[in-house]
Design a binder for this molecule. Sequence first.
Ligand SMILES: Cc1cc2nc3c(=O)[nH]c(=O)nc-3n(C[C@H](O)[C@H](O)[C@H](O)COP(=O)(O)OP(=O)(O)OC[C@H]3O[C@@H](n4cnc5c(N)ncnc54)[C@H](O)[C@@H]3O)c2cc1C
Length: 397
Amino acid sequence: MEMKAAEFDVIVLGAGASGLMCALEAGKRSRSVLIIDHAKQAGLKIRISGGGRCNFTNTNVQPHNYLSQNSHFCKSALSRFTQWDFFNKIKQAEIPFEERSHGQLFGKDSANGIVEMLLSQCRDHGVTFWFGTEISGLEILGERKFTLETSQGNASCESLVVATGGLSYPSIGASALGYDIAQQVGIPVVAPSPALVPFTLSAQEAKRFAPLSGIAVPACVSLGEVSFSENLLFTHRGLSGPVILQISSYWKPGQTIRINMLPGLDLFSHLKIQRGRQPQKMLRSILSEFVPKRLLAIFLYDDLADRKLVDCSDRDFQDASDRIQQWKIIPAGTEGYKKAEATRGGVDCDSISSKTMEALGFPGLFFIGEVLDVTGWLGGYNLQWAWSSGWCAGQYV
Ligand SMILES: Cc1cc2nc3c(=O)[nH]c(=O)nc-3n(C[C@H](O)[C@H](O)[C@H](O)COP(=O)(O)OP(=O)(O)OC[C@H]3O[C@@H](n4cnc5c(N)ncnc54)[C@H](O)[C@@H]3O)c2cc1C
């Protein structure tokens, strides 16, 4: 690298959620900060998050809402910059917000407002931005001496922060740069895979369930000890909806998921009671009080569905209940990074300080946000991890 490098105290790779937060905090400490991003503008994922409204955090954030090979790693950062700290930033900036179900906090207007808030605060603290900039090389010249080769020229720094995110949504610039940098210095990477992602079904099952495409039902979906209760959506390719996205983060190929499409009701007992009260009613009409008719047409065979309750045995009721409340299915796969809202796996947390986010044994090298092996539930948890980890690193870079 011959060219003279622009010098900064801190260079942040990635102007996403964690990178902006880290740059802002470092700027507040009067560090000279450069953020480099190959995208033309900051925070593209924040801008499309929460359907464009940004589910920026969750009132219920707890460490158990995160998956990682090191389940303790996220605790420190989440307790030092909490959901309430980010909530206060939103209130101070007078960004309108609303609380939806399950403690999810959303902006009322476009998510752009949150990006603009962070950008303008960064600018107020002197942060420099290089957008549309490709990173072609990283040289580590010794402790706290990094030089980057980029399409805008070289830049060097004492603290290098990797905030390049996960692999989901490659269409808006996700890349494996963060994992490559970790591997360049010998830090292990837990194999990444798509998370918070719809399931696909086998061709045969997709055909069977095709008539249900577009139908949503409240459901409880379980995998081993883990279960979630939210809406399930049948799609033309498989299964989606919040409950499926949640369980997908825990799913490994070949595993069976259990689906209860009528949670909160002991259907078997209910049917027995109704047999005494309305013996001439058909099973189909009783069940259609609870589940869509189209769904019954697929899950119950006609002979059973059209039987009068008086003609049904307990075994028939058990069969009908199991089909609706104990549906077992092995997804064929997932829709992949193209449709995933997060990436499971990433830079191994055992190699990172949970207090500073600095790589152990590599003074000056930091990893924050989704590039780390920390994956949150659906509902504002991933952005909160980005804010918390970015804030922590910002105090030390
Ligand atoms: C469709 C969708 C909706 C979502 N909705 C929500 C939600 O409502 N609530 C929630 O909590 N989470 C949501 N998430 C997840 C959340 O957006 C991410 O977890 C979060 O943005 C991660 O922050 P980050 O800073 O680690 O990475 P990012 O925000 O992804 O930022 C990474 C940055 O690095 C840049 N970059 C990557 N590679 C390179 C490279 N090679 N060179 C230069 N720059 C590079 C990218 O351009 C990007 O700007 C959603 C995700 C998706 C895909």
